[in-house]
Design a protein around this ligand. Structure first.
Ligand code: ADP
Ligand code: MG
Length: 379
């Protein structure tokens, strides 16, 4: 439950006291009780969906029911006090807006197409008019700049509070936009980056804290292969992040990917879905060749209890697009339609909401108090 975050207050339901407890039946049926500020809270569906996603992916859970109750005015006061204390304690929060869905594209090993999937998914989502952030967290093995066809240098300026602020580079796609940061914008492509675990992690932390992301619908994170420091660091810095696990159809890849999913669970990151990449190649005559086997995505999805969001065919357009910086998702062809399907599925399992009402007014009140209006301790 620590991973379920109130999209407005940006803190976990546990820390905010909105989580009231759970009953676990002998058959694995779980009922979770959540207290909301108002019964008609427009975020109710999202919060309930997140609870179901997190709890439902735990081993042994057969069903999840979410019961909501309305807070008393005393409880609302306490909630505000907690949110205020938290905001005061953590002046250096990430620059990622609380309502943004954070999706980390991961796999157990390299070369399965994480970066290709991330870049094409970003392009497909932006093509729907959405605002997408793309954080290349593969600090040492960055490939996003070339694949997305974005070139330039990141420039840091001193923000109003004296802290550095980095402007992301921008790639407009149709009505939407992709804002992107990568080590590739700081270091020439041929220069090897020899940083060790903790330093790599600091790199990602800088990107989260100092980049002026602005309002984003989705933040996609292109993860390095494996289950190391960066994954743990992301879980700590952005506990609401969810994983998209990429696997190839081969049995061996699926086993490795399952380990990544397992680590996601231990780090309390929810797996939002599985993406099978490099599945059947269809030649010009329409014959399908399962070059890397078949069914790995479906098997993995079943094993970890997450939906299979899409199968991306093995197509030369994908690798050619990656080399030329024109993502295949923006063309037409089998790969483009598969990436569009993937974008639809992502919007479905991880919808973004408009934060307009609900606790928004309470949050404004908290901000005003933080700005020095009211005495501390008074809600
Ligand atoms: N669906 C696909 N069809 C054809 N080539 C692909 C596909 N997905 C990835 N590739 C190619 O495979 C290689 C590895 O992909 P990449 O996205 O860099 O993997 P990762 O980020 O997991 O290491 C790249 O050369 C890429 O162009
Ligand atoms: Mg990669």
């Amino acid at each position: 439950m620590r991973g379920v975050v109130d999209p407005e207050l940006g803190a976990s339901l546990v820390d905010l006291g909105m989580y009231r407890g759970a009953r676990i039946g002998p058959d694995g049926a779980v009922t979770v009780e959540v207290a909301l500020t108002t019964a008609g809270c427009p975020l109710r569906a999202q919060i309930a969906g997140d609870v179901k996603g997190r709890v439902g992916s735990l081993p042994g859970v057969t069903s999840v029911e979410v019961q909501t109750v309305e807070m008393s005015s005393q409880q609302k006061k306490e909630l505000m006090a907690r949110a205020r204390a938290r905001a005061a304690e953590q002046p250096v929060a990430t620059e990622v807006p609380a309502r943004t869905r954070v999706l980390a594209v991961s796999s157990g090993k390299g070369g399965v197409g994480k970066s290709s999937v991330t870049v094409n998914l970003a392009a497909a989502l932006a093509g729907r008019g959405l605002t997408i952030g793309l954080l290349d967290a593969d600090i040492a093995g960055f490939s996003v700049p070339r694949m997305l066809g974005v070139d330039g240098e990141l420039v840091a300026t001193a923000g109003p509070d004296g802290r550095p602020r980095i402007e992301p580079l921008v790639k407009p796609v149709g009505e939407g936009v992709v804002r992107v940061v990568s080590m590739g914008f700081l270091s020439p492509e041929h220069e090897a980056i020899m940083w060790r675990g903790q330093m790599l992690n600091r790199g990602v932390q800088h990107f989260l804290e100092e980049v002026a992301w602005g309002d984003l619908d989705y933040l996609l994170v292109d993860m390095p292969p494996g289950t190391g420091d960066i994954q743990m660091g992301l879980a700590r810095m952005l506990p609401r992040a969810e994983m998209l696990i990429v696997t190839t159809p081969a049995l061996a890849a699926q086993k490795v990917a399952a380990r990544a999913a397992d680590m996601a669970r231990k780090g309390y990151l929810r797996v939002a879905g599985v993406i099978e990449n490099m599945s059947g190649f269809v030649c010009d005559h329409g014959t399908r060749y399962d070059l890397f086997g078949a069914g790995g995505g479906a098997r993995l999805a079943e094993e970890i209890g997450a939906p299979l969001l899409a199968s991306i065919p093995l197509q030369p357009e994908v690798s050619a697009g990656g080399d030329s910086g024109r993502p295949a998702a923006l063309g037409d062809g089998d790969a483009a339609s598969a990436f569009k399907e993937l974008a639809d599925a992502v919007v479905d399992v991880a919808p973004v909401v408009d934060v307009t009402d609900c606790t928004a007014r309470m949050l404004d009140g908290i901000r005003r108090q933080l700005d020095g209006a009211g005495p501390p301790g008074q809600a």
